[in-house]
Design a binder for this molecule. Structure first.
Ligand code: COA
Length: 159
């Protein structure tokens, strides 16, 4: 489809679950803008610049993808990029409530912006950035869950 979609997230750091979702999205949409949020209310392990760099590296081989950091409201970021779609992933039923609330609030903020959802490969259904960080912090192997550059960044961070 000749459509642009924004895939927002904290990406602290980007995991194989996120990249799987972007790859699936790239088969459907002509342009995917990965928006790395600074205003998420989360205390992040990596700076915005590091999260953007790691996401760019992990997605460098996916056509039609750009990675950009943003601050402020997501709906404003979507409009700035001449898009009207937000892409989010649903890993399990437990994601639904939060995603329903986010998409309803975003629709209230801008009724012209729609949220759409894709599911990642089942192999990634259990991955989250927090779990990956906990495993890395405790010296576990995270190579099945993140790209080599993210793995390197995690090892350096938790050395
Ligand atoms: N694979 C693996 N993990 C995934 C995943 C996937 N496909 N999809 C989500 N996750 C994980 C993330 O790693 C993250 O895990 P963590 O909590 O352990 O770190 C969790 O699911 C959800 O995080 P994230 O995708 O970053 O979403 P979020 O709920 O933190 O929301 C924004 C982030 C950017 C969408 C939201 O904060 C936002 O819009 N901020 C901008 C300000 C704004 O507009 N606020 C008003 C919103 S109504």
């Amino acid at each position: 489809m000749n459509l642009a979609v924004v895939y927002p997230g904290t990406f602290d750091p980007i995991t194989n679950g996120h990249t799987d979702l972007v790859r699936r999205g790239s088969r459907v949409f002509s342009r995917i803008i990965v928006g790395v949020a600074s205003d998420t209310g989360k205390q992040t392990t990596f700076s915005l610049e590091e999260r953007v760099r790691l996401a760019r590296e992990a997605l460098s081989d996916v056509p039609g993808v750009t990675v950009t950091g943003f601050s402020g409201l997501l709906v404003n970021f979507v409009r700035t990029h001449d898009a009207s779609l937000i892409l989010r992933g649903l890993r399990a039923v437990s994601d639904f409530e939060h995603e329903f609330q986010l998409s309803s609030m975003n629709r209230k903020l801008d009724p012209d912006i729609e949220s759409i959802f894709l599911t990642p490969d089942e192999a990634y259904g259990f991955i989250s950035s927090s779990l990956v960080k906990e495993i890395a912090r405790l010296g576990g192997d995270v190579s099945d869950f993140v790209s080599p550059s993210v793995q390197k960044a995690l090892i350096t961070r938790f050395k």
